[in-house]
Ligand binder design. Structure first.
Ligand code: 5GP
Ligand code: ZN
Length: 118
């Protein structure tokens, strides 16, 4: 995941990374971008997106880079002051409810979340 430069011109997250469409950016590094979800499901709903176009976590093969993404998700939860807790979600494939086929971590918090998810 560390800059291999893979990109997909039809992918919405690749377009956000290339600034072809706007997004509310929380943080950016050479490896990832963190943005606010356009359809927030909680007071904080961030997406942590590796810059390389990887379709899903099922295709990810770099454990170190994946670990960094998780660490970044927790950093953002801390920055957003989600002191009462939060949820990290990675929807994967059709049955997992994935709608954007570029790996991303959801961070949801700021309200009491229900379990189990639907
Ligand atoms: P998935 O369903 O693949 O796990 O999550 C995709 C997420 O991306 C959804 O929560 C959806 O609201 C969000 N999303 C889709 N298009 C855009 C966009 O153009 N901008 C932003 N900020 N979020 C988007
Ligand atoms: Zn992409």
């Amino acid at each position: 995941m560390s800059p291999r430069g893979t990109s997909d011109s039809s992918c919405i997250f690749c377009k956000i990374i290339k600034r072809e469409i706007p997004a509310s950016i929380i943080e950016e590094t050479p490896e990832m971008i963190a943005i606010r979800d356009i359809n927030a499901q909680a007071p904080t709903h961030a997406l942590i997106i590796p810059k390389d176009h990887i379709a899903s976590i099922a295709e990810a093969d770099d454990a170190l880079e994946l670990g960094k993404l998780f660490q970044k998700a927790c950093d953002i939860a801390r920055q957003e002051r989600l002191v009462d807790g939060y949820r990290i979600v990675i929807n994967t494939g059709d049955d997992g409810g994935q709608t954007v086929h570029h790996l991303h971590i959801h961070v949801l918090g700021g309200r009491r979340l229900h379990w189990p998810p639907g």
